[in-house]
Ligand binder design. Structure first.
Ligand code: Z5A
Length: 243
């Protein structure tokens, strides 16, 4: 559905009057390989911009110059031999810089941040799949993330086979450290994300990623609308949204 159908009474002047929120809305997208996170992050950002919101798209690992440097090391597989606990520490170090340099300043300036992967990926990849003790994962999360937890996490869910096939079709260069894992790893990963969603239903929404891109975008939009309204009046959306 296009924005005009959702908000039939929106005009350029009402869009211009949507006030900047006091603190930006923090949205993360999670899920397995090839789930469509990057595609949908971009689509959601574009759609929110049509409502006059300032949106920053970012990703993990990465999102700041120092974190992008760590991304190269992590995805090259050089750290894998040190074990998943060491990987979790490096992902967390990258996250600390990303939050300090990019996410927190944007949120403080009223910018909505859409982040392609965040702390749930550490819980799933290094915690569940890497068998790193949950207490250690949570301790790292407390240090890195603190109170900057997402307002909404969209978990794109689809069969591991489908995601891997998509990723393989798109691939132009070498396979990365996590793509190289076998099918059972990716199936367990899917279950881990679903467990996270079940444990935190207020923050997380599971989105069926195994449907055409437009339908996925629509499901995401409904989830975002719900949360925008639920997170109160920070966004004074025009009457069509609040009715
Ligand atoms: N990792 C970790 O272990 N611990 C952590 O704490 C963090 C990360 C933060 C990052 O790699 C890796 O780091 C990741 C986890 C680990 N593991 N891996 N691999 P990355 O950023 O390079 O890769 P990714 O996050 O898995 O993203 P991806 O493979 O690019 O997938 P995606 O972003 O979900 O999908 P996409 O790029 O939007 O779409 C993939 C293809 O499918 C593309 O050609 C699209 O056009 C197509 N597509 C998208 N949607 C559809 C639909 N609906 N139908 C058909 N085709 C579609």
């Amino acid at each position: 559905m296009c924005p005009e159908k959702i908000m039939p009474d929106v005009t350029p002047s009402t869009i211009a009057s949507v006030p900047t929120p006091r603190r930006g809305f923090f949205i993360t997208l999670e899920g397995g390989e090839g789930a469509g996170k990057s595609t949908q992050s971009h689509r959601l950002a574009q759609r929110l911009r049509t409502f006059g919101l300032h949106v920053q798209e970012t990703r993990e690992p990465g999102g700041s110059p120092r974190a992008e440097a760590l991304r190269k090391v992590l995805l090259s597989g050089q750290v894998a031999s040190l074990g998943p606990a060491a990987e979790a520490l490096l992902f967390s170090a990258a996250r600390i810089d990303h939050l300090d340099q990019t996410i927190r300043p944007a949120l403080a300036g009223g910018v909505t941040v859409i982040c392609d992967r965040f702390a749930d990926s550490t819980r799933a990849y290094q915690g569940t799949l890497g068998n790193v003790d949950t207490r250690l994962i949570r301790a790292m999360e407390r240090v890195a993330v603190g109170t900057t937890t997402p307002d909404l996490t969209l978990i794109l869910d689809l069969p591991a086979e489908t995601g891997l096939a998509r990723a393989a079709r798109r691939r132009t260069g070498a396979i990365d450290r996590f793509e190289a894992e076998d099918l059972s790893f990716h199936r367990a990963l899917r279950n881990s994300f679903l467990d996270i969603a079940a444990a935190e239903p207020r923050r997380c929404r599971v989105i069926d990623g195994d449907q055409p891109q437009d339908d996925v975008a629509e499901a995401i939009w409904h989830a975002v609308e719900d949360r925008l309204l639920a997170v109160e009046h920070r966004y004074a959306l025009p009457p069509a949204h609040t009715a």
